[in-house]
Design a binder for this molecule. Structure first.
Ligand SMILES: Cc1cc2nc3c(=O)[nH]c(=O)nc-3n(C[C@H](O)[C@H](O)[C@H](O)COP(=O)(O)OP(=O)(O)OC[C@H]3O[C@@H](n4cnc5c(N)ncnc54)[C@H](O)[C@@H]3O)c2cc1C
Length: 267
């Protein structure tokens, strides 16, 4: 398969606005994160690069049983809370994706089969998160469910790199403890940085679980991100399955946050 010759850049341009442009990239490494999620390092074609803003995603497409399947994946860092050791990342020559495999999904069983050296078709980046929103001094409060955690990786690393002194909080919803992505990284950041708090919420906890249970609901939000009239500079970010993300945004509005305080990571 030949690399796309239409567009000289991965950034959106007039050519790309006609439709997504894909390039053939190579899988460099595949590392398991937990029982169903993998971290893929992908390299761009020689002579090209793609520096992706925080919170943006790419599309991956592949033909499955005669049908072209296209799915979105947010770019992550290879780790959370420690400096990137892969210098090719800052040069835009490689990128990392954290992908959950659904045994009965359309695309991810194929992603599950990928090994180093394999080719994947990747689009230019896409998204609408404005990084300047991270410059505020109010609290940054993140609500993530499952792989909705992926945009939060960039946000948390951004705050660490900026030596922030704002409060940064993550409420992270999963089914079980085994599903919590990069828990050890999150716990170590919360020990190291006083400004960072993480709260895990499980919908199907084991009998030893002492933390909060269930799904997003008003009392959880009111205790985690209470609103008061002075809190005009807070930013609440939500990402997960669409109903989860929409519920977070609605509940935040119900307790007094306005559009300026909210960002939903949606497709
Ligand atoms: C902007 C954006 C960023 C994303 N970033 C990431 C990321 O970083 N990492 C990541 O892992 N994912 C991410 N996703 C999700 C990803 O795009 C895919 O949706 C996911 O990988 C599933 O793809 P699939 O084709 O394997 O599964 P699908 O075929 O889409 O199915 C997924 C699950 O839903 C079930 N399902 C499918 N259709 C139905 C239906 N009609 N009724 C009930 N159940 C159904 C399937 O059985 C399966 O369990 C992102 C999505 C968006 C929109």
């Amino acid at each position: 398969m030949l690399p796309c010759g239409i567009c000289c850049s991965y950034k959106p341009c007039n050519c790309c606005s006609l439709g997504l442009v894909y390039r053939c990239c190579h899988v460099e490494s595949v590392v398991p994160i937990n029982h169903d999620t993998k971290l893929l390092c992908v390299s761009l074609p020689p002579g090209t690069c793609m520096c992706v803003p925080v919170g943006y995603h790419v599309h991956i497409r592949h033909e499955v049983e005669g049908v072209m399947v296209d799915r979105s994946y947010t770019l992550v860092h290879p780790s959370l809370g420690s400096p990137d050791t892969d210098h090719r990342l800052s040069q835009g020559k490689v990128f990392y994706l954290m992908i959950k495999i659904y045994k009965n999904g359309a695309l991810t069983p194929w992603i599950d089969s990928l090994k180093p050296g394999d080719t994947i078709e990747v689009s230019q980046y896409d998204g609408n998160f404005n990084e300047s929103r991270l410059a505020g001094q109010g609290d940054l409060i993140m609500y993530a469910a499952g792989t909705g955690f992926t945009p939060m990786v960039g946000l948390i690393n951004h705050c660490i790199s900026q030596n922030t002194d704002r409060k940064v909080k993550l409420m992270f919803f999963n089914k079980t403890e085994d599903d919590i992505l990069w828990r050890e990284h999150l716990d170590s950041i919360s020990v190291k940085h006083e400004w960072f708090t993480v709260q895990y919420v499980l919908s199907e906890p084991g009998s030893n679980w002492k933390g909060p249970q269930g799904r997003i609901r008003p009392d959880l939000m009111e205790s985690f991100s209470p609103h008061s009239d002075g809190k005009t500079d807070d930013l609440i970010c939500a990402c997960g399955p669409t109903p989860f993300t929409k519920t977070v945004i609605q509940l935040a509005k119900d307790i007094g946050y306005g559009d300026d305080n909210l960002h939903a990571f949606l497709g």
